[in-house]
Design a protein around this ligand. Structure first.
Ligand code: BGC
Length: 820
């Protein structure tokens, strides 16, 4: 049996020694050329700036000619990205906020700045070298009241910079210094707001943190800006916004609640073994707008600019299949340019199926409008895209995507709360939009109650609970009914993969020649990270991992993390994190950035980017939220589509991850995400579906966790029934790094890799390892043994997996060979 080391054992080659700041936890220094494409840096700065969300401004911003006293060590020790594989890029430089402000011409109080410079130089942050033990915040410089008062003599405005980081294997914690303010930060805010009439707070974080303390300072906090983690150019982008060089235009892609306990997932987060998604479809604003609008500090979609806008619906047309709303946006201010984001929400009739009060249905962002300018944007929504999934049969159409009869109200606004009715359409009869197979539903052995909406005696909507529908599928029968096709083996006929690329042979001609060993080799990576077959510092190599495959022209494919840059030994650009990108609400800009990112991949020799990260922000504490986009699946899907399309336009591959329901880092390799099929399909899979259908990613990574009792890397329903059969995915599916050992409960002759290949999870990454006297080597023969066994893996299945892998190799061959 394969030894499958747990990735959180601390014994990982990607737990490399950190240096100094988070952004510089990087791989061995083997590439000494720090020159990067200045166009990529410029685009990254633009994206980081457009993702900055201004949450409060009494007119204090932009700073203009005012002198500014900057407090908080994070002005120098800027968190450019979160921890772990997602941002571990060898980046040649990272801007800090102080340097950015000076660069943007802001007058800063030099005396205070000098104090911070010497204190931070003498008190370097302690960053543990142990994987997953990184600090959530850095100890703050104590500021006596006299220091704040003296600064207030020299400067008119104060800035307090707060910083947070979380990451892979490192959830945020409900503790001071993580989700909550540290005592020393409260003290800092107390002193600064006592000395200054107006303080601007800048939050440099990958996760939403508690903002309940805002009230305590009243209007002395004159400005508040959520900067997210914008990569190497992020701090400079924030400085540009504060200075007024760049107009802020970011909008929240998450709800900021009054308190942590208000989040509907609060009670079901962080358990080591089981996470019950009891809130069901009521994630984020879907919950708050329906049941608890008063528990929101800043609603989904919210963000301010410097300009003043007016939006007006100039036309709304409704047909049987489509709604089109044209909105005119006017910059009616006199001083500042800006961009506005128009959002369209839908309120669906909740008859047999409970529905959230509002759901995002579409959005559009204007270009930069000068004072007096106006622009029309059009938002088109296909009604079919709004269908809900009936997993209980309550509409009479079990396992169908349906539009229930009734009124669909479309609300236009600049955040979810402020949207008002712009158009409506009434369906007289229920429409079945698509009929599918039940898949990945709740295991009947582990039932649970889930949230739904009901009306009380006075007609008010309130939380109610009902049983989650459980699975009725005979998985064994489903697997046995798979249409499999045998390619009769021919032995070696001298056909190389190049011939398939050139069109002189078919892929089947090629596959017919492969031995069982060669087919099994295609189902694994080259075992170690930083494989010698790939570009130095790679995350793993797949494809041509054996001499005999390479002799047949199968090229080794280099994978690299992602998503916020390229994690190799070479220098690369550190780009804005997923949340920062999503907060731009600008898929076109993100696509342009991804194109340049793809070009950098070609130059650096990375063929598959392990990203974008596409899991939902189900809970504000999830460590990898910075890599992911939003609590909403539509914005997740649209932004991921932009990333994938941009990268793949350069000939490289994207590998969206983690498929699916990887919504916490605590015990991520063991945790079972128990979720109704409806919530799975409408929320957790929806972003992936949009991305697969629209951008056709060439690869996909499964998650570590289980989904309704089955590890994703064995999950045939997820990967075959839904991803491939329903959505038409034709690419290569790989595991997240290593996997857990298991025997297929329906087919005991299949274990580990054989079980996985049957599910069409094609490649074990970075490969199976066995420790032989301290040396890691690949000696696993589970696949070969299973093929030889009665009732084991079939040759057809092995060939099918090989086909999926070789399609990826063929698609990448032009970039691989061009560089070589
Ligand atoms: C992470 C993946 C990453 C992989 C390779 C895993 O631990 O979950 O997101 O791509 O390592 O570094």
């Amino acid at each position: 049996m394969t030894t499958t080391p747990s990735v959180d054992s601390g014994d990982r080659s990607h737990a490399l020694a950190p240096i100094e700041s988070v952004a510089q936890i990087s791989s061995a220094l083997r590439d000494t050329d720090p020159t990067l494409d200045p166009r990529l840096a410029a685009k990254a700065r633009q994206a980081a700036a457009d993702g900055v969300v201004l949450l409060r401004n009494d007119g204090v911003l932009p700073f203009g000619e005012r002198t500014v006293a900057v407090f908080g060590r994070v002005q120098l020790d800027w968190f450019a990205v979160g921890y772990g594989s997602g941002g571990d890029v060898k980046v040649p430089y990272v801007w800090n906020l102080l340097a950015g402000l000076r660069d943007a011409g802001v007058r800063v109080d030099d005396a205070l700045a000098d104090r911070y410079a010497s204190w931070t130089a003498a008190n370097r942050p302690e960053i543990s070298t142990e994987w997953g033990r990184w600090p959530h915040h850095f100890a703050e410089m104590p500021v006596e009241a006299t220091v704040a008062e003296a600064a207030a003599e020299r400067a008119e405005v104060a800035v307090v910079v707060l910083g947070r980081a979380a990451g892979e294997a490192r959830d945020s914690l409900l503790e001071p210094g993580s989700y909550f303010l540290a005592a020393e930060e409260t003290e800092l805010l107390d002193r600064v707001t006592a000395a200054f009439e107006r303080t601007v707070v800048v939050i440099d974080a990958g996760n939403v943190m508690d903002l309940g303390w805002l009230d305590r300072y009243g209007d002395r906090i004159a400005g508040l800006l959520y900067a997210w983690q914008g990569g190497m150019e992020g701090a400079r982008a924030v400085a540009g916004v504060l200075a007024g060089e760049i107009a802020p235009s970011g909008r929240l892609t998450d709800t900021i609640a009054t308190r942590y306990d208000d989040y509907p997932s609060a009670e079901n987060f962080g358990d080591a073994e089981v996470t019950v998604y009891a809130e069901d479809i009521f994630v984020g604003y879907r919950y708050f707008e329906t049941f608890a609008p008063e528990r929101v500090l800043f609603p989904f979609g919210f963000g301010l600019g410097y300009a003043e806008f007016e939006e007006r619906v100039v036309d709304a047309s409704v047909t049987a299949d489509r709604v089109e709303v044209i909105v005119e946006v006017a910059n009616v201010g006199t001083r500042h340019p800006g961009r506005q984001t128009v959002q369209l929400y839908v309120a669906k009739p909740g008859r047999a199926l409970a529905q959230p009060a509002r759901e995002l249905a579409g959005f559009a962002k204007t270009s930069l409008l000068a004072p007096g300018d106006r622009e029309r944007v059009t938002i088109t929504v296909e009604l079919a895209e709004l269908a809900s999934y009936d997993d209980a049969g309550s509409t009479g159409h079990r396992n169908c995507w349906v539009l229930e009869a009734g009124e669909y109200d479309f609300l236009m606004g600049t955040d979810v709360r402020r949207a008002t009715s712009a158009a409506s359409v009434t369906l007289d009869d229920l429409r079945v939009v698509r009929r599918v197979q039940e898949a990945a539903a709740v295991d009947p052995r582990t039932p649970f109650r889930k949230m739904t909406a009901a009306r009380d005696g006075e007609g008010r909507v309130r939380v109610a609970w009902e049983d989650a529908p459980t699975s009725t599928v005979d998985r064994r029968a489903r697997v046995l009914s798979d249409p499999l096709r045998l390619v009769p083996p021919t032995g070696d006929r001298g056909i190389r993969l190049d011939a398939v690329a050139a069109g002189t042979a078919t892929l089947d001609d090629f596959i017919a020649q492969l031995t069982i060993d060669e087919l099994a080799d295609l189902a694994r990576g080259d075992v170690i990270m930083d494989s010698p077959l790939g570009t130095p510092g790679n995350a793993g190599v797949l494809g041509g991992v054996s001499a005999s495959l390479r002799a047949k022209g199968v090229l080794p494919v280099t994978t690299a993390d992602g998503p916020s840059g390229i994690r190799l030994s070479a220098y690369a650009s550190l780009l804005p994190s997923g949340t920062a990108l999503a907060s731009t609400w600008d898929p076109e800009l993100v696509r342009e950035l991804a194109e340049l990112h793809g070009r950098e991949m070609v130059r650096k020799g990375a063929h598959v980017l392990l990203g974008p990260g596409m899991n939902l922000h189900r809970n504000p504490l999830c460590g990898r939220n910075f890599e992911y986009f939003s609590e909403d699946p539509l914005i997740t899907g649209r932004l991921a589509t932009a990333v994938v399309a941009g990268l793949q336009s350069q000939g490289v591959a994207a590998c969206p991850k983690h498929f699916a329901a990887n919504n916490q880092e605590e015990s991520r390799t063991l945790n079972d995400s128990r979720v109704s099929e409806r919530a799975l399909r409408e929320l957790y899979l929806r972003g992936f579906e949009i991305c697969v259908r629209e951008a056709r990613p060439l690869a996909m990574m499964t998650s570590y966790n289980k989904v309704n009792g089955v590890w994703s890397h064995y999950h045939r329903d997820l990967v075959t029934t839904i991803l491939r059969e329903e959505w038409g995915f034709e690419g290569c599916v790989m595991t997240d790094w290593w996997m857990e050992s298991a025997v297929d409960p329906d087919f005991p002759a299949l274990e580990d890799n054989a079980y996985r290949v049957r599910a069409q999870v094609d490649v074990l990454m970075p490969g199976g390892v066995k420790d032989e006297g301290g040396r890691q080597s690949y000696v696993d023969r589970t696949i070969q043994d299973s093929v030889a066994r009665e009732g084991g893996l079939s040759l057809e299945e092995l060939q099918r997996g090989a086909r999926n892998v070789l399609r990826l190799v063929l698609a990448l061959a032009p970039v691989i060979t061009a560089r070589a």
